[in-house]
Design a protein around this ligand. Sequence first.
Ligand SMILES: Cc1cc2nc3c(=O)[nH]c(=O)nc-3n(C[C@H](O)[C@H](O)[C@H](O)COP(=O)(O)O)c2cc1C
Length: 286
Amino acid sequence: MDRNPKSIIEIIKSRTSCRTFQPTRLNEEDKTKIIEILKDIDLNSPFNEKEQNCRFEIVELENKRPEEKRKLGTYGFIKGANQFIIGLTRKSNYIKEEFGYIFEKLILDFTKHGFGTCWLGGTFNRANYAKTVNIEDNEHILCISPIGIPADSRRLSDKLIRRAIKAKKRKKWDVLFFEESINNSLTEKSAGKYAIPLEMVRLAPSAGNKQPWRILKENDKNNFHFYWIFGKNISYNKLHKVDMGIAVCHFDLIVKELGLKGNWKIEQESPYNFDKFKYVITWNGE
Ligand SMILES: Cc1cc2nc3c(=O)[nH]c(=O)nc-3n(C[C@H](O)[C@H](O)[C@H](O)COP(=O)(O)O)c2cc1C
């Protein structure tokens, strides 16, 4: 396993969801590293101003009996992992987007250190996981992820899941990115120095690999408006705000890595009006 620190671009390119982990127990060094990463987490995002409404706990399943594990809904489906990161949120404006941003940053940090992870927003039992952590009355488990050392090869069931959701595939630029109007696709050439941040959005994980992000660039300006598109599946639509937080995370980390200056702003009204597109946030680049 490559455990050398890499650039964010390389980390994003190398990350894939992991559902098959090495069955051996994590050694003390790895456990300490996981705790350290969680402790150092930066809870700021372009979506929050002062209040921070998410936090993360780690759940250890090593000593739990198989019946207990089975009730959690991840048993068998996620193989070999004995530790899960639980993402807890309190109700607030933009909490789903904020959570997506922060949890993805955490996931990329784990990836950088050679750990495998898998965003889980649907395929686990929320009520039973809630019993494994100290959850406050006003808190809710939004998503979780197993954490461990990836197995050398994926199991058949893992491969089948990936094949069913076409996990390797991403939509092309002309479906995702536009200039001035949704009738005009944005090319990598006209994106200029923003081609890499946009490409890193394109590679982002999303619930069911639905890739709901749509980004519109203003003509002759480096202003990028982030939207998401409604799909037919309501349960996925619920997670699209989380997906948008992940997309903003990738874009933001890359513009920082490339030294591109600008700032994030949530406009009161959508800069453009499109039937099925829901406005989220704007990057105003210099
Ligand atoms: C918000 C969110 C929720 C997800 N929920 C699940 C889930 O419940 N079960 C699952 O197997 N994968 C889940 N995934 C993983 C996606 O299926 C996966 O990211 C996508 O297929 C792309 O594959 P990749 O991550 O390997 O690039 C989720 C991903 C995101 C971003």
